[in-house]
Each structure stands twice: as C-alpha cells, then as structure tokens.
Design a binder for this molecule. Structure first.
Ligand SMILES: [Zn+2]
Ligand SMILES: [Zn+2]
Length: 292
C-alpha cells in the first residue's frame, strides 16, 4: 500500500525541527520511508506544494490582488511570501536522487488550482518527469479557505455561499483533467462548518466531473486531525465517487517524517466500507489499478 500525499517541510517560520526548508540532507527522505514502513506502507509519493517554489511566482502571479476583501488579500500575500522559499528544481532533484538510490518513492506535486493560470502552470511543469500530480483548491479568489487565520470568512460570507464557491472551483478542477488526483476534495469542511442542507448535489457534480475526465480522488487521513474530524472525502461523498466509478489513492498529507502513512488503517477501512477493492498506483503519470 502507499501514501501519495507527503510534504518535506512544515509551513510558516522554520521552527528548528528537521532540516531548514529546501535542504535535503542524507537520510532525510529515507526517514519518511522508514516511518511509513513501520505503519505497513511500502510506497511513498512526495507532493510538495507548487506555490512554495520560487519558480511558480511568475505563473501563479499575485493572485490575491483581485480579492476585494483587503484582510483576505493581505493574509494570502503574507502567507505565500513567507512560505515561498523552496526550489522546484531542488525538490525534484532530491526526490529523483532518492528514487535512483532505490528508495520506494515517487515524484509528485501538489498543484493549486486557479482557473486563469492552470494552463501556464501545466506548461511550467511539462518538462519534469512527474509520476503523478495532485490538485487542490486552497484559495477562493484571495481567500485561503483552509487557513485558520482567515476562517472568520465563513461567517462573513455565509457557510452556504462558502460551499457554493468552493465546489464551483473543485468541480472545475475535476473537469479540467489537469491533475491525476483530487486532493482533500472537501477540505471546505475543515473547521467544522456545515451547510444548511446536505451538499449531496455538489458531491455528485464533482464525482461526475472526475469520472468524465479520468481523475482519481485521494482518501486523506489529515481530515481526522481537523475540527471536522472526518476523512476527506466524507462517507456520503465517497459513496458518490464509488458509484461514479472514480478510482482512489491513499494520503496522509504529512509534513514531517513521523507523519508518513499516519491514519493509513483508517483510510483503507473507509475505502473498503464504501465498496472499493482497488486503488491506483502511478508511474510516469500512468495509473494501474491494484488490489487493496
Ligand atoms: Zn493541500
Ligand atoms: Zn498537502
């Protein structure tokens, strides 16, 4: 089994644990492999955040500048500026070196979805030998929808409107076929905000779009560490995805070695409960279905 959503550095100011952002000392990637192996997980896919790489600055642009709410745009600008300290080339080289050394790791990337710049992003990424790409909606305009510092926007905008805006983007991402896997596909629930009526119509739309474009969805255990205390996607959402024939991968979204494959038993159990018997393996952006 596998963990196809892992980061090598934590967000925010460097707190002194682990290597400084952008440094990949000997044994660092191996420490993820060992932590995952202790949880029975034998294959890791690294998926660093594209927005954290300096090479993404030109193509993503100052996307927060179109955000009319000043507090949201200022938070996004500060957050991106603080976190954008990695090199895409440095990251790729580190993962490929680990792969060449025989470690069971794949080269992936977590790509932020902005409708206006996704094509330019794909052109930037085309020369690299990705095994798979995962796609995320982290921003609605200039609102960092999964960032606690701006969670007040749920009250200001209204939870129903927040869901509507989020799922409009998630559906567009699912339709685009730009990425291989949709990451934390209902992260809008992260802080426990629930709309007034069940969002089943949104789930069905994303499921249909993913099925049509041949995009998979990850079962991400990090939702269990959030206020929502629920895997991404929810059981109702996963049922829609299964019914639509959308394939799955497993994900911890860990940002430290000790997080690798965290929650693996829970996501596999959720997959089985929904009826899944297979998951995807990736190599050079070609998916193969393998049994759980
Ligand atoms: Zn993410
Ligand atoms: Zn992530």
């Amino acid at each position: 089994v596998s963990d196809y959503h892992l980061h090598l550095f934590q967000h925010g100011p460097y707190d002194g644990t682990g290597p400084p952002p952008g440094e990949y000392p000997d044994g660092f990637i191996e420490s993820y492999v060992e932590a995952a192996a202790a949880r029975g997980v034998a294959e890791l896919g690294f998926t660093e955040h594209l927005f954290r790489c300096v090479e993404s600055a030109d193509v993503l642009g100052a996307f927060w500048e179109g955000e009319p709410k000043r507090d949201l745009s200022e938070q996004a600008a500060a957050f991106v500026t603080e976190d954008r300290v990695l090199s895409l080339d440095g990251y790729v080289d580190a993962v490929l070196a680990a792969k060449d050394a025989g470690l069971p790791v794949l080269l992936g990337l977590e790509v932020d979805f902005f409708p206006d710049t996704i094509d330019a992003v794909l052109r930037l990424l085309a020369p690299y030998p990705w095994d798979f790409l995962i796609g995320s909606v982290h921003w609605i305009g200039g609102w960092s929808v999964d960032h606690p510092d701006v969670a007040f926007e749920f009250e200001r905008r209204g939870v129903d409107q927040s869901y509507a805006h989020y799922f409009e983007l998630e559906t567009a991402l699912a339709s685009s076929g730009a990425v291989d896997v949709l990451a934390h596909v209902d992260v809008v629930k992260k802080f426990g905000h629930r709309p007034t009526s069940a969002p089943d119509a949104y789930y069905a739309r994303v499921a249909a779009a993913a099925a049509a474009s041949g995009t998979a969805v990850e079962l991400n255990s990090n939702g269990l560490n959030s206020v929502a205390n629920e895997i991404y996607p929810s059981p109702a959402f996963l049922a829609e995805l299964f019914a639509a024939g959308v394939p799955i991968t497993f994900a911890s979204d860990g940002h430290r070695p000790q997080d690798a494959a965290r929650g693996h038993d829970e996501v596999v159990a959720a997959a089985r409960a929904a009826g899944y018997e297979n998951r995807l393996r990736f190599a050079e952006r070609v998916a193969t279905s393998v049994g759980l």
